[in-house]
Design a protein around this ligand. Sequence first.
Ligand code: ZN
Length: 388
Amino acid sequence: MSADLVISNIGTIVSGDVRTPIAPGDTIVVRDGVIASVGDAASADASGIAAVIDAARATVAPGFCDNHTHPVLGDFTPRQLQVDFIDSYLHGGTTTMLSAGEPHTPGRPTDPAGVKALAILAHKSFANLRPSGVKVHAGAVLLEPGLTETDFREMAAAGVTLVGEIGISGVKDAAVAAEMTRWAQACGMQVMVHTGGASIPGSGIVGADFVVQVQPDVAGHVNGGPTALPLDHVERILDETSARVEIVHNGNVKAAGEIAALVARREELPRLVIGTDSPAGSGVQPLGMLRAVSWVASLGGVDAATAVAAATGNVASLHGLHTGIVEVGREADLLVMDAPLGSQADDALGALAIGDTPAVASAIIDGTPRFTKSRNTPPAVRPVSFSN
Ligand SMILES: [Zn+2]
């Protein structure tokens, strides 16, 4: 799957790095699936590489890393009885997905042995399976009473790195959740807490008190999943924890804008991560990442390239992934994006700034172009051409 590729004639390179969201240059060279250079055509060493994407002066950005998905096994969601949803998300620019738990597993077990087995199975299954090339990090254990410190050590030893959103499974008590969170974090696992109103039967209403007591790595969907917290709870989470705050597509749109503006005002945009919270009762959203990024930019007033960083580099940094940023040595998971045909904007960043959904002209994973025309976004003003 890893390939050599040159992307030439780039108009703008969005880096995915929240500190320097635009990278200079017009050419990216990929060797063996890894970014080998980012810069000007004159200084690029493309020797021996036949595969070329001419970006036609459009924008290149990292592929989106969806921080909040609910897969089960394979490219099928029992929640909405839909096949190939991951392939559809790729056509909306998602190249990496993180699981926030597999609650839609038919007959999901709720005993310690069962939840442990499910997390290990989901992790190992997606480690062996990349639907349409998408990198799915699954196996996010949903906490149930009775799990022990030894259980977390065993899960971590089997490769599990995620605790799914606390609040949607059996552990409702903050003290118990906090103790399990300490065990999980001691094993290097990332812990998410569900916040806001209840999502599905069995999930709870979780506010700032709970999050402050648990001290997770991520305060999940602070704009609601789907029902939002009051804004002063989000401020308390920012003040009294070091957690990332997450904005999702399947939440409250108005709250998404208000929270993005709040985080920007506080100059804490490195703490902002974006996901879809899908598949869910709200559905399957192939363009969910593009749309959530456009809300952060257009409603929250966040610079569009910085909003892209919250959906790429910030998520990669949270999970220690080697993707999400356009820099030498990273996995070449990239998008060519542009203004959609008919937009009032001139390019992808302009489209995001006015709330349009950009066109994904091409998605590239490990240097391999997966398509050169999305079937799900509007067409690009400047279509790419690929030669090999
Ligand atoms: Zn949730």
